[in-house]
Design a protein around this ligand. Sequence first.
Ligand code: TYD
Ligand code: MG
Length: 453
Amino acid sequence: MAKTKSKYVCQNCGYESAGYLGRCPDCGAWSSFVEETSATETKSLVTPPDKNPPMRLSQIEMNTEIRIETGISEFDRVLGGGIVQGSLVLLAGDPGIGKSTILLQTSGQLCTAGKKVLYVSAEESASQIKLRAERLDIHSDNLYIYPQTNFELIQKHIEEMSPDLVIIDSIQAIYTTQIQSSAGSVSQIRECCNALMNIAKTNNISIIVIGHVTKEGNIAGPKVLEHMVDTVIQFEGDKYKSYRVLRSIKNRFGNTSEVGIFEMGTKGLIEILNPSQAFLKEYSQTQTPGSTIIVTNEGTRPLLVEIQALVGTTPYPAPRRVSNGVDFSRVLQILAVLEKRIGLNLSKQDVYVNVIGGIDVTEPAADLGIALAIITCVRDVTLDSQTAIVGEIGLSGEIRGVNNIERRITEAQKLGFKRIIIPEANEIQEKVKGIEVIKVKRIVEAISKAVAS
Ligand code: TYD
Ligand code: MG
């Protein structure tokens, strides 16, 4: 009889310990240890057959991967041009963000194109999925819905059916009988994911698994999941707003900086093919103090978004700083530079910075736009509504160069902007017609040129 062994596993990062620990020494999470028991197997230590001896690089044959295009171009782009056959993809995101919706839509598209899809629903009943499919107008008979949580049964049906694509909704809800711990625990997730990877590779079937994200923003349970799969894509956005951003975080078969943008409507997710236009929909041409337009770079695509700032005398003993959609510590750094380099006194002022549209702007190229939004609000002046802003701010108040400047200028020009303020350090190889390019070296110069123009 197999002996059972007990261990304590951190449910955040997968760290294992022989005894209970209050705090994980690896990831620092508190009270994250759970006891898990597993049957100790006696592994056979037989040398495997030597099928793949070392080869010279030139002897290796390249087989180009076959991709299944889903027909949802934003989804395909994030994956690097479609789902690679035989790959395991993890789709992560907050509960309620639309993971089940996008994968049901993808399944619907593929089935209409004649592919066979097995949708394993471990969280919702078949009739709940049917209800969603009705809403999304999906009727194909190539789509098989299988409400099941047991991994062994799922495996049996995958192997019997041999579909083109399998969806597991979600990895946290399925369990294998090989392990005694409950579904959603690190050991279960790791074991099921490993087994799914095996199925994908041996049968050359693509599998997409859904994974929930924890409060802290990590992919629930283990980081181990991220390491095991071929591709990790994350669905982000504000649940209360309609825009959703699909971002690739890891991709063994493509670029990782790509994003796809969708809008949640009453009949599912709609692709936004021209996101800048969508984000500027509510931008008023009559400018108000505290508002700027920046050109941020998302993957290979530039995006125009509006930044708003509000600065006012604080009623509190310590002034408040709030940022929405931009990195909080970045805003603090910009405020520190503004205080030191241009003498803006904000010690008694509350500062709020907001990105309109519900997307997160993560790159430093947004710095100058944020700074100008704050400055125009403090001084109660307006920027020209036809001017877009790009530039990173250094600690001494200098404006530093950004990448892909030509693409950003072209996007601003396409959307009808007449001027763009960019860092002096950026060299432009090809001049873009129809837009005036203003180069600035320091923050003071940027203010005088932006406000005067
Ligand atoms: P869902 O895909 O169930 O999210 P997840 O699987 O990530 O938990 O979608 C959740 C939300 O989307 C839900 O609140 C309802 C909303 N929704 C729409 O607004 N329109 C639609 O057409 C559908 C199907 C869902
Ligand atoms: Mg769901």
